[in-house]
Design a protein around this ligand. Structure first.
Ligand code: NI
Length: 166
């Protein structure tokens, strides 16, 4: 495994749409292993292949609902993910490893159901709620060349967020 460089906002690769994966081969597995290591190193909740310069529909998302005191949240590998269903809406701070140091307030579905394929090509479905739903939508947006900043009108310094007024 190897750490890959995370592209930053302004890199044109981040604005391009990714293509579906068709071969579930060793090359894909190396990409997934490298992305896992890169995500863990960056302590993020998700990472999409275009962020490491690969325009393929591959994303990782932490399944935070599975996190326990004994076990870290497992990383889910999503190949060619598609949102099947969404429910509700919640507005919260959101950030991106490609846009370090800032957060924006973004409205996302409260729950999503996603279909994807695993690294061997087998179809599966995943449901996410709250932060996991947000991460799923955010990473799938990356596969369409979209950054969250298009969904908010203001960015905040991550270490100096305004006080919330009720
Ligand atoms: Ni991102």
């Amino acid at each position: 495994m190897a750490l890959r460089n995370i592209l930053k906002e302004g890199d044109p690769t981040l604005e391009k749409a990714s293509r579906n994966v068709e071969k579930f081969d060793e090359r894909l597995h190396i990409l997934l292993d490298d992305m896992r290591e890169t995500l863990a190193d960056a302590e993020g909740v998700g990472l999409a292949a275009p962020q490491v310069g690969v325009l393929r529909r591959v994303a990782l998302v932490l399944d935070l609902a599975q996190e326990t005191e004994e076990q870290d949240a497992p990383v889910v590998e999503l190949i060619n993910p598609v949102i099947l269903e969404t429910e509700g809406e919640i507005t919260a701070y959101e950030g991106c490893l490609s846009i370090p140091g800032v957060l924006g307030k973004v409205s996302r579905p409260m729950r999503v159901r996603v279909q994807a394929r695993d690294r061997t090509g087998v179809f599966f479905e995943m449901e996410g709620e709250g932060m996991t739903a947000r991460a799923l939508c955010h990473e799938i947006d990356h596969l369409d060349g979209q950054l969250y900043t298009r969904l908010c009108d203001q960015l905040y310094d991550k270490d100096n967020l305004p006080e919330e007024s009720e």
